[in-house]
Write a protein that binds this ligand. Structure first.
Ligand code: PLP
Length: 434
């Protein structure tokens, strides 16, 4: 496959193209084809932006009809029929059945736009300037989102100082023994702690880019209680974990919490088209008209496909099949963890948002390369890139899931047979041909 043109003309900043050096042409469901006709199972799904698979006909067909019939495509934030239909179905199929009540803000189309709007609103609402964020958080690439992100690799990006962020340990950081929720409660209640009262606490229920670390229901409930106690706005960044990824529509449903603000993007359009929303507790919606505005806030094609996606959640069969797929995936991963305990330290994540924490990042790199060679797209995450990120479409067929897992199994097997892990355990040394 000729990738020379990209190397010659596309900026050095390109990333995924380097990771998967071929040229893709077509895709359907969990399968993606390159120019040479080779097919791959997609466990990356646009980094969580294609939870419903590629070209899902239930989602795309209404979009194609919409496109072909002279409808409005871009509308700023004017009222359109497509937007009204989306709001209606989002309220009826997603919010109401979950007992949730939110106003909907349409920010710019990307995830980081939603987080910026959420942080700005929280600061306006409370009149405070600091926000609290967590170790290994990832919230996007604009300055406000970068400021609350934890990763050292992006900390200095942009070349301006990041003020007004209080960094706290996430659940089980640095280890299970430390309870960061009670620590936060303590420092906020202690006038001598030196920690100022934040406008907001922003978190992901599962830190995808941070290494698939998942927060427990108890910890999340504690954080919500602390927010209520001190009048702090509780923001859940559900950009990657939401829109069905964990098996529920929102990633926080299992914890029975009700955040003040929820940010959604990535898979929200269901089709890979950019769309983001900010869900705001109604009494916090203190924006003045036009106070937060911008151009691409009326992507009507995305409204149409997002509406079709939301409707799927009213279908009991669909929900049951997502649940079953999540259980299947977890069982597959449990077997891999047991079989390759010399390579894999632990399974991470929840539902269909899973990760395999490996003992070395070199193993992850080789598994990625072998898997790609054999027809599986899979990525790594975590500050040391030692976590295999397993994100199949939540609509994946059993056959595609089995094939993807078989390729992953084969790639791990090659590492277990042929190569000594860089930090060998005693059993590795016994089995390693040195
Ligand atoms: C991807 C992501 C973002 C940023 O979304 P963009 O559309 O890339 O700006 C923010 N938060 C989380 C948790 C994400 O996974």
């Amino acid at each position: 496959m000729n990738t020379d043109l990209f190397a010659a003309h596309e900026s050095n900043v390109r990333r995924y193209g380097r990771s998967f050096p071929t040229v893709f042409t077509k895709a359907l469901g969990a399968t993606i084809w390159d120019e040479g006709g080779k097919n791959y199972i997609d466990f990356l799904v646009g980094s969580g932006a294609l939870n419903y698979g590629h070209n899902n006909p239930s989602i795309l067909t209404p979009g194609i009809e919409y496109l072909a019939s002279g409808n409005i495509l871009l509308s700023l934030d004017m009222y359109t029929a497509a937007k009204r239909d989306f709001i209606e179905v989002f309220v009826e199929s997603i919010l109401k059945p979950r007992g949730l009540s939110y106003k909907i803000q349409f920010p710019g189309p990307t995830g980081t736009n939603a987080n910026e709007a959420a942080l700005a609103l929280a600061r306006k609402y409370t009149g405070r300037s600091s926000v609290m964020a967590f170790s290994n958080a990832f919230h996007g690439m604009s300055l406000g989102s970068l400021a609350v992100s934890g990763s050292a690799s992006t900390k200095d990006l942009g070349g301006v100082p990041r003020h007004d962020v209080i960094r706290m340990p996430y659940d089980s950081y640095p280890n299970e023994a430390f309870n960061s929720a009670s620590y936060i409660d303590c420092v906020l209640g202690d006038p001598g702690s030196g920690i100022e009262m934040p406008a907001a606490i922003i978190l992901e229920t599962i830190q995808a880019e941070g290494g698939m670390n998942s927060a427990s229901a108890a910890w999340l409930a504690e954080i919500q209680r602390i927010c209520r106690k001190y009048g702090i706005v509780f923001i859940v960044d559900d950009i990657q974990a939401g829109a069905g990824r964990t098996g529920d529509f929102f990633s926080f449903e299992f914890a029975k919490i009700e955040p003040d603000i929820v940010c959604l993007s990535k898979s929200l359009s269901g089709s890979g088209n950019p769309l983001a929303i900010v869900l705001i507790r109604p009494d916090m919606d203190i924006w003045n008209p036009g106070e937060h505005s911008g151009t691409f806030r009326g992507n009507n094609l995305a409204f149409v496909t997002a509406g079709a996606m939301c409707k799927m959640w009213s279908n009991k069969q669909f929900v049951a099949s997502v649940e079953r797929t999540a259980i299947n995936l977890q069982e597959h991963l449990d077997r891999l963890v047991t079989k390759f305990s010399s390579l894999i330290e632990q399974k991470r994540g929840r539902g269909l948002m899973a990760g395999l924490k490996c003992r070395s990042h070199a193993v992850v790199g080789r598994v990625h390369d072998v898997a790609f060679e054999n027809g599986l797209l899979i990525e790594s995450s975590g500050p040391n890139r030692d976590v295999i990120k397993v994100l199949p479409p939540i609509t994946i067929t059993d056959d595609e899931l089995n094939r993807g897992i078989a390729i992953l199994n084969q790639a791990l097997q090659e590492q277990a047979n042929g190569n000594c892990p860089s930090i060998p355990s005693p059993s590795d040394l016994a089995s390693c041909n040195q």
